[in-house]
Design a binder for this molecule. Structure first.
Ligand code: CA2
Length: 141
């Protein structure tokens, strides 16, 4: 069975608890349960959320060692700032799809630049939580 990791960065543990007009009303636990319901029989899903850049880097390194089949990453604000996260993904040899719940190009200019997008196979932005489902579906093909 394939293993796909779903990584979420800073503040995404607050999903469904604030700013529902941007991020919707579902919580991170709701999202994880829905992904399990959809893909649990086809894949092992490894969920990880952290508010700390280094923890995400360590997790990517461990996933690289485990040679898993793909990564869905919403690096949240680190998308726009983190060379460390980009280097971890680039050096991992893993296929990664970057997901953003909101359309980062409709928002402030500082969100338009992703440091991690060039080291991912694709970027999905603005489809809400559906982006995570599309990313897992793609990685399982
Ligand atoms: O649209 C996305 O998924 C983002 O990655 C979300 C990040 C933001 O910095 C990116 O530019 C775009 C912010 C995540 C914060 O998530 C919250 C969710 C609910 C309540 C508060 C924060």
């Amino acid at each position: 069975m394939k293993t796909i990791a779903i990584l979420n960065g800073p503040n995404l543990d607050r999903l469904g608890k604030r700013e529902p007009e941007i991020y919707g009303r579902a919580t991170l636990a709701d999202l994880e349960a829905q992904l399990c319901a959809e893909f649990g029989s086809a894949a092992k899903l490894d969920f990880f959320q952290s508010n700390h850049e280094g923890e995400l880097v360590d997790k990517i390194s461990a996933l690289a060692d485990a040679k898993i089949d793909g990564v869905v990453i919403n690096g949240a604000a680190l998308t726009h700032t983190s060379v460390a996260l980009r280097d971890a993904l680039a050096g991992s040899g893993l296929r990664a799809v970057e997901v953003h719940i909101s359309n980062i190009y409709k928002r402030e200019e500082f969100r338009h630049k992703s440091l991690t997008a060039p080291v991912c196979v694709a970027v999905i932005t603005g489809l809400g939580l559906e982006g995570y489902f599309a990313a897992v579906r793609y990685l399982l093909k």
